[in-house]
Design a protein around this ligand. Structure first.
Ligand code: DX5
Ligand code: ZN
Length: 220
């Protein structure tokens, strides 16, 4: 298995000094996870293209961005994000009834494209899209807030997706977002996850580098 990648989620960082916060995890971050929430799709509001694009333009931010759109209108706002070929924009299946076209639209920005689902949505609806996707983001919690407890039902979803991806030889990564910590990363990686998104387990700790090292130690 190739090395598991960690994506610190800035949802749990200090938004008053985001660049410094991102620098504090640079050494261990494969990408920086940017949670975009509109107060409609989820009951919380965070940041949008203005802030994300400033981070992207900063010469102090070296990691690719993984932009997680938890918004009602990914068609309108997705294309407003400045991205390059290393970044990924992830939309939710519940936010569009034309997922194939949206994948195409976002790919046209020159970035990778990912898909996520709320925990109640059927995993089968992702199957026909898998071949077109660079990443599937499995939610370990109900999206909207950091610091929630991991819901183990996500494990089966990861296993099902992993089997499907392997069977068909697709080049699609599985990420897990929500409730990730030293006590939960092992089970999701065993189930087939390639990438771990973690907010409170990294930014909630004094020593963020050590926090990621501890999670790496807990991997199978
Ligand atoms: C939740 C967000 C997550 C969040 C995870 O809706 O999508 O990215 O930052 O937070 P933790 O790691 O604290 O569960
Ligand atoms: Zn997220």
């Amino acid at each position: 298995m190739s090395e598991v990648v960690f994506a610190p989620s800035i949802l749990s960082a200090d938004f008053g000094c985001l660049v410094e916060e991102i620098e504090s995890v640079d050494e261990v971050a494969g990408s920086i996870h940017v949670d975009v929430m509109d107060g409609h799709f989820v009951p919380n509001i965070t940041i949008g293209p203005l802030v994300s694009n400033s981070l992207k333009g900063s010469d102090r931010v070296n990691c690719p961005l993984s932009i997680h759109l938890m918004i009602d209108d990914p068609w309108k706002y997705g294309p407003e994000f400045v991205v390059d070929s290393e970044d990924v924009i992830i939309f939710h299946s519940e936010a569009t009834d034309r997922p194939f076209e949206l994948i195409e639209r976002l790919s046209g920005l020159g970035c990778k494209v990912g898909l996520s689902q709320k925990p109640a949505s059927p995993v089968e609806e992702i199957f026909p899209l898998l071949e077109e996707l660079d990443e599937v983001l499995v939610m370990g919690v109900e999206p909207g807030f950091g610091g929630q407890e991991f819901s183990p039902e996500a494990i089966e979803r990861i296993e099902v997706l992993d089997e499907r991806i392997r069977e068909n030889g697709y080049d699609t990564d599985i990420s897990v977002d929500g409730g990730m910590s030293s006590s939960t990363v092992g089970s999701v990686v065993r189930a087939g996850a390639d990438k771990i998104v973690a907010g409170s387990a990294i930014f909630g700790k004094e020593d963020r580098i050590q926090a990621v090292r501890d999670m790496k130690k807990a991997l199978p």
